[in-house]
Design a binder for this molecule. Structure first.
Ligand SMILES: [Cu+2]
Length: 126
């Protein structure tokens, strides 16, 4: 009888371990550690003159975005409440964690009251 109980216990242990393996394996990208992302945008005449217009990240990644412009105003990432004043030729940096998934407009709010989406931040869910 003891031997049979030992066999049943071993079978249960194997099933539990197999289940745990499947659960952890299927969690996929959740196991990828956050990866720092750095972007540089040079904006001229309210357009990205150099740099990417789509800033890609995965949820949890630390992000830095360096920006230079040829006009005064403010760079704003709606939905992330990230804002920084810009002046012609003076580099500024936004630094934050991409803690929300989705697509967010990176806007130039001009001192002349213009409002232009110059790029987009795209954050993939983790
Ligand atoms: Cu805006």
């Amino acid at each position: 009888m003891l031997r049979r109980r030992a066999i049943v216990s071993a079978a249960i242990a194997i099933l539990v371990l197999a289940g745990l393996y499947l659960v952890f394996r299927s969690s996929g990208n959740g196991n990828v550690p956050p990866q720092p992302r750095a972007y540089q945008l040079a904006i001229r005449s309210r357009r990205v003159a150099s740099g990417s217009t789509v800033l890609e990240a995965r949820q949890g990644d630390p992000i830095t975005i360096g920006v230079t412009t040829d006009s005064a105003g403010m760079i704003s990432i709606h939905g992330y409440e990230q804002m920084v004043d810009v002046k012609p030729g003076q580099p500024v940096t936004l630094a934050f964690t991409a803690d929300r998934a989705g697509r967010y407009a990176v806007d130039l709010h001009g001192a002349d009251n213009s409002h232009t989406e110059v790029a987009a931040l795209e954050v993939q869910p983790r």
